[in-house]
Design a protein around this ligand. Structure first.
Ligand code: CO
Length: 458
């Protein structure tokens, strides 16, 4: 039986260990080898890469994609897309979502992994529909979390819904590395019994469970797993590609991977890791195993944010109280999965509740918007008392939030004017107005046009 291996070194592993700061030039010379190694796909775009290119690396993210595609001719390229949020932090109008997906497909993305933080699939339906229209692979995603309302049956329901929506495969995505081998086995088995499309599991090594979780997921019938080449594996990143490949082959699974080429790829990335450690970009802390998440059921990233926030307020002595408050806030909000942006919102609100000595004395703008329904439907019931406190007489949004948004492309085009050399620049601006404008202005002032192409016409 064949198990698909996706390598995340160019996206998730990089994002998890090196704050997505690797430039195209730093990895360009290994792409042709990666193309030959036998990977099912390379996750190389989306997530934080787009933001990081514009904000920190002075790179055009669309140009980066085209340059990767030029060197990776055979292996599928994969991206992570936050549904209606695209690669940003708010909901975009449908015309922007459709054009963005069309441009990414045109630029070379074969597989779109699409998720919504609340598993509210109304927030992925437009993106998914556009992916299908572009004849690309739509991977519908379920965010994994642990709560009293997230039982086996709820995951099966979500998976069946994704298949009905036309998903070509289903990813069970564990952002926090808290999915246990047993949970993975049970969920994958139950999902595989109820859907026909392949099931992929994505987890992180944060708590040390990941390689066991993958092995049990494979035994339960999962068709693919996400790994990272070993020098960028472990800790908050994915399990090592070489180790999973070795273990799976021993059990008689085929991966299609060439271990000699994997070594070559790792030899390439090793010095880059060393460089990042020396420069301080890569923190040895994130490379270790952090089991606190198993006790507190909060992702490692959320825990370090909370610690930073409390240190900032000289309130580290309240950490245990805040960690007790986190699950209570999460319950009040209807058990949202603790993934961006919910993890930040729940963490910050729990800290404020403890710091002010009174629960919900102050409610953040984001939590109010969430309770109004601007992020989608909460997985469970929002505490009625909190709801009426925040909303007063105001009615929450029942429908899809994006339905309340005006089309945005033409407006963005007018606003950015001459700074945009093509429609993709307009999309960059629509997604990240300030940082894209700064990038486009810098580009116009400092260098001649080196890159223009137009996207698929609607
Ligand atoms: Co991830």
């Amino acid at each position: 039986m064949k198990i698909h291996i996706t390598d995340t070194v160019l996206r998730d592993a990089n994002q998890s260990l090196a704050a997505t700061r690797t430039t195209f030039d730093e990895f360009a010379d290994i792409l042709e080898v990666m193309d030959k190694a036998g990977y099912y796909s390379l996750e190389c775009w989306g997530g934080a890469t787009f933001d990081s290119c514009l904000r920190y690396l002075n790179e055009d993210p669309w140009e980066r994609l085209r340059k990767i595609r030029d060197k990776v001719k055979n292996t599928k390229l994969q991206m992570l897309l936050r549904g209606q949020n695209l690669l940003g932090y708010r909901h975009y109008p449908d015309d922007i979502v459709r054009r963005f997906v069309a441009a990414a497909a045109e630029g070379g993305i074969d597989i779109f992994r699409i998720f919504d933080a609340l598993n509210d699939f109304r927030n992925i339906e437009v993106a998914l529909d556009e992916v299908k229209k572009r004849n690309a692979h739509a991977q519908g995603t379920i965010c994994y979390t642990i709560s009293p309302i997230h039982d086996l049956e709820s995951y099966v329901k979500l998976a069946v819904r994704l298949e009905e929506m036309g998903a070509d495969s289903i990813c069970i995505k564990d952002m926090a590395g808290i999915m246990s081998p047993k949970a993975a086995y049970d969920i994958v088995k139950a999902v595989c019994e109820n859907v026909k499309v392949p099931v992929i599991v994505h987890t992180h090594s944060t708590t040390g469970l990941a390689p066991m979780t993958y092995l049990k997921a494979v035994e339960a019938g999962c068709a693919g797993i996400d790994c990272s080449i070993s020098s960028f594996s472990g800790g908050t990143s994915q399990p090592a590609t070489e180790a999973m490949d070795y273990a799976l082959k021993e059990f008689g699974y085929e991966t299609g991977l060439d271990s000699k080429l994997l070594k070559k790829i790792n030899d390439f990335f090793k010095p880059l890791k060393q460089k990042y450690i020396e420069s301080g970009l890569m923190d040895p802390f994130v490379m270790g195993t952090e089991t606190d998440a198993l006790v507190y059921q909060v992702p490692g990233g959320m825990l370090s944010n909370l610690v930073a926030q409390l240190k900032d307020q000289n309130a580290m002595h309240l950490l245990d109280k805040v960690l007790e408050e986190v699950p209570k806030v999460r319950k009040d909000l209807g058990y949202p999965p603790l993934v961006t942006p919910m993890s930040q919102m729940v963490g910050a609100q729990a800290a404020v509740n403890v710091l002010l000595g009174e629960r919900y004395k102050s409610v953040s703008k984001e939590v109010k918007a969430y309770i109004r329904g601007e992020y989608g439907a909460a997985p469970g019931e929002i505490d009625p008392e909190l709801k009426s406190k925040v909303l007063g007489d105001e009615k929450p949004i029942e429908g899809r939030f994006a339905d309340t948004l005006e089309p945005g492309f033409e407006k963005a085009k007018r606003e950015i004017g001459d700074l945009a050399e093509n429609d993709n620049d307009v999309l960059s601006y629509a997604a990240f107005p300030q940082i894209a404008e700064r990038f486009l202005r810098r580009r116009k002032e400092s260098k001649p046009v080196v890159f223009t192409y137009s996207i698929v016409k609607k």
